[in-house]
Design a protein around this ligand. Structure first.
Ligand SMILES: Nc1ncnc2c1ncn2[C@@H]1O[C@H](COP(=O)(O)OP(=O)(O)OP(=O)(O)O)[C@@H](O)[C@H]1O
Ligand SMILES: [Mg+2]
Length: 199
C-alpha cells in the first residue's frame, strides 16, 4: 500500500510558510485547499461549505482538479470536520490546510481531521498544513507528520515542543534561522534533508 505523506510547515509570522505550501502543492493533480485567509488561488474558489462539498463529490472521479474553500469566520472547526470527512470518503487527493491552530488546540482537533491524520494512508490522502507556533499544533498531528518544513521559532515554549519532536540540535538550528530561512526535517530518517538559509 502506498503510504500517504503528511507535511507540516511551521514558523514565525511572515516567514514563508504559505509560500512553501504553495510550492509543494502546485503540481498536485487532485487538490483541496482550505484557505482561511484568502491568499491562494488554486482552481475553483468557493466560500459556501455545502456548495464546496457538492463540488468535491462532483469532481471526485476526475484525474485532475483543484478546489479552494475559503470558509467564513464562524464554526471553523465544524467546517474542517465536515471537509475532512468528505476528503476521507473521496480519497486519492492532497488536502492543504492553512493555520491549523485556528481550529485546533495542542490536545484536540476536529474528529474528521484526526481520522484523516491517522488513517489517511488507507485513502491515499496527503496532508499539508501550516501553523505559526510549534507548541500550538495538535500533538496528534505533529505525531503523524512525516516532514517538517521549519522556519524560525523564537519562543522557549515552541522551541521546547519542537525539540521534543525533532531533537535539540535541530531546534537550536531553527532558533537561529533568519527571516525566510528554513530547514526540512525528515522524521523517518531523523535528520534534516535540505536547508535554505535565505532565497
Ligand atoms: N524564501 C523567500 N524569500 C523571500 N521572500 C519570501 C520568501 N518566502 C516568502 N517570502 C515573502 O514573505 C512574505 C510572507 O510570506 P508567506 O505569506 O508565505 O509567510 P507565512 O509564514 O505564511 O506568513 P503568515 O504567518 O502571516 O501566514 C511574502 O511577501 C512572501 O512573498
Ligand atoms: Mg501564511
Amino acid at each position: 500500500m502506498k503510504r500517504n505523506v503528511v507535511i507540516g510547515c511551521v514558523g514565525l509570522r511572515g516567514s514563508g510558510k504559505s509560500t512553501a505550501l504553495r510550492e509543494i502543492i502546485r503540481c498536485r493533480p487532485r487538490l483541496v485547499v482550505i484557505d482561511i485567509l484568502g491568499e491562494h488561488n488554486f482552481g475553483q474558489r468557493v466560500s459556501n461549505v455545502d456548495g464546496f462539498l457538492e463540488m468535491l463529490e462532483a469532481v471526485s472521479d476526475r484525474e485532475n482538479y483543484a478546489l479552494t474553500l475559503q470558509p467564513g469566520r464562524g464554526e471553523l472547526a465544524e467546517v474542517i470536520d465536515a471537509v475532512s470527512d468528505a476528503v476521507f470518503d473521496v480519497g486519492q487527493l492532497t488536502l492543504a490546510l492553512e493555520e491549523v491552530p485556528h481550529y485546533c488546540s495542542p490536545a484536540s482537533m476536529p474528529e474528521g481531521l484526526d481520522v484523516l491524520a491517522r488513517m489517511g494512508r488507507h485513502r491515499n490522502v496527503d496532508l499539508i498544513y501550516t501553523g505559526q507556533r510549534f507548541a500550538e499544533l495538535p500533538r496528534r498531528l505533529t505525531a503523524t507528520t512525516d516532514f517538517f518544513v521549519l522556519f524560525g521559532q523564537r519562543e522557549p515554549r515552541d522551541l521546547e515542543a519542537l525539540a521534543g519532536r525533532v531533537g535539540r540540535d535541530v531546534a537550536q538550528q531553527v532558533e537561529g534561522l533568519p527571516l525566510h530561512g528554513r530547514l526540512v526535517f525528515d522524521v523517518l530518517e531523523g535528520r534534516c534533508i535540505a536547508e535554505k538559509a535565505r532565497s
